[in-house]
Design a protein around this ligand. Structure first.
Ligand code: NAD
Length: 506
């Protein structure tokens, strides 16, 4: 009998009623390890009602008491991190150590959210006119929802939940149906930390569940992360129903390597950034742009050497550099893109399709059904090829050669995506100019995956992000609260009669 992963509502596990389920696979073996309930519209509406009822008390709770729950929650997640990372690794396919990083980078933002009592303090202007004071306060939105992708099943839910809950909202999480166990575990631990039932609910589902959240009048904001077509769909539908939305989409991240860069450092950085987590990171580097033919030739050789050392294995194999892709459909898509690149005339230097897992078995388990693909390297890629224009989301690195800095800079600037970018150089002036002129939201200088630290904000530009407010950092409290401004007068003396002109400060 396979295990069923249920919804988590009002502080407890809640089996779905419709009988609709999706398989949850172990990508290292291809075997079904559980099924997950998929919610109907009616079930989602019940969860929303439960969250709305719970939110009032949570919003009325002192912010300091709210963050004490979050503090305990952080402690419990840390105490259980090995178990959480193992579950995550087995459902997603990323290595155990990488899975731990997924949890820890999520916790960073919950730690940032502990500053909520300070961040939510309003502003006060005394005596703006005779006997008149003005103050503004940040109030929670009410019920808010997070719709999150498969590739960071702990980090992104925590990025949303931490600030949303600290600000006094009730939070409904609709995680990816591919790796749903960790989100449920996070919600369980929130309750164990003293969080009130109903304030953090998890509802599983597909488009039906998402649409129920989008169409609800009670849900006031949606934080989405996933692919660009869905991000755009959600952003538009939120606008139609008057919701606040932050919708982060896909990516094609470039790394420029200038001739003066330390090429060994650049190649090491590129290896991890391109192939770590099998390239299934929105901040993975998928385009290397060496400037000058000599730089390109040297970089290519260094990459070939390093790629030859990589081990692809079971996600729990401590020696594996990366594990399988998440599903057969992902494997088919990546293989198809490699075929497209080859057909378009790109130089296929290393063809990952010829390699599966490095070993046949791990710990007695047969890996032949897993969704493994070796690292792929293309050189002499041009901007009209689909392997350049599209997000592949797999371990495929393309080299696009540029002759000048300007030519290299134009590549990320003209690309449809604008999530992350980096430059490797020893020239401070060039790096500074790059950071100023590049049309991308997150920039690394000699840093390959420039995911900003929790107290700065995270968000891409162009087709990588829809909405004005980023994730984490100060934007997160702006996103999860609305400002109310009160103008207050306590008259002294007699009534002075009605006034019919606009009051002005004379
Ligand atoms: P996805 O768009 O398929 O799914 C994301 C979420 O949307 C899931 O919860 C899913 O159930 C839901 N969903 C899927 N199809 C839907 C539909 N038709 N209608 C409504 N909801 C739907 O994305 P994914 O494959 O889970 O994640 C990978 C993508 O996420 C990549 O494109 C990656 O670049 C992107 N991503 C972006 C960031 C970022 O910050 N920009 C971070 C992580 C991942």
């Amino acid at each position: 009998m396979s295990r069923t992963i249920h919804h988590f509502v009002h502080g407890q596990s809640q089996p779905g009623r419709s009988g609709n389920t999706a398989d949850v696979l172990n990508p290292s073996t291809g075997k079904v390890q559980a099924v997950v309930d998929l919610a109907t519209t009616e079930e989602v509406n019940e969860v929303i009602a439960d969250a709305a009822a719970a939110q009032r008390g949570w919003a009325a709770t002192s912010p300091q008491k709210r963050i004490r729950v979050l503090m305990k929650w952080i402690q419990l997640i840390n105490e259980n991190i090995d178990e959480i990372a193992r579950t995550l690794s087995l459902e997603h396919g990323k290595t155990f150590e990488d899975a731990k990083g997924d949890v820890i980078r999520g916790l960073d933002v919950v730690e940032f959210a502990l500053g909520a009592p300070h961040a939510l303090k309003g502003e006060y202007s005394d005596s703006v006119a005779t006997g008149v004071d003005v103050y503004s306060m940040r109030q929670p939105l009410g019920v808010v929802a997070g719709i999150t992708p498969f590739n960071f099943p702990a980090m992104i839910p925590l990025w949303k939940a931490g600030p949303a809950l600290a600000a006094g909202n009730a939070f409904i999480l609709k995680p990816s149906e591919r790796d749903p166990s960790v989100p449920v575990r996070l919600a369980e631990l929130f309750i164990q930390a003293g969080g009130p039932a109903g304030v953090f609910n998890v509802v599983h589902g597909d488009k039906t569940a998402v649409d129920a959240l989008l169409d609800s009048d009670v849900v006031r904001a949606i934080g989405f992360v996933g692919s660009t077509p869905i991000a755009k769909y959600i952003y538009e539908r939120c606008a139609a129903t008057g919701k606040r939305a932050q919708c982060f989409g896909g990516a094609k991240n470039h790394m420029l390597i200038l001739p003066d860069a330390d090429l060994d450092q650049a190649a090491d950085a590129l290896l991890g950034a391109a192939y770590g987590s099998a390239g299934e990171r929105c901040m993975a580097i998928s385009v290397a742009v060496p400037v000058g033919q000599e730089t390109a030739d040297k970089l290519r050789e260094k990459m070939i050497e390093r790629i030859g050392t990589l081990k692809v294995g079971h996600s729990l194999d401590p020696e594996a550099d990366y594990g399988p892709l998440v599903a057969q459909s992902a494997l088919d898509r990546v293989r198809d893109y490699i075929a497209q690149g080859e057909a378009a005339g790109a130089d296929l230097v290393i063809d990952g399709r010829t390699q599966g897992a490095t070993d046949d078995t791990f710990d007695g388990e047969d890996l032949s059904g897993g969704y493994f693909i070796g690292p792929t390297l293309f050189d002499h890629v041009t901007t009209d090829m689909s392997i350049y224009t599209d997000e592949i989301f797999g371990p495929v690195l393309t080299i696009v050669r540029a002759d000048t800095f300007e030519e290299a800079l134009a590549l990320p600037n003209e690309h449809q995506y604008g999530n992350g970018v980096s430059i490797f150089t020893n020239n401070g002036a060039a790096a500074r100019e790059f950071a100023n002129r590049v049309q991308v939201g997150m920039v690394g200088i000699n840093v390959p995956i420039p995911v900003p630290i929790a107290y700065h904000t995270f968000g891409g530009w162009k087709a990588s992000g829809f909405g004005d407010l980023n994730q984490h950092g100060p934007d997160s409290f702006r996103f999860y609260t609305k400002t109310k401004t009160v103008t207050s007068r306590w008259p002294v003396g007699k009534a002075t009669g009605a006034e019919f002109t606009m009051p002005v400060i004379g």
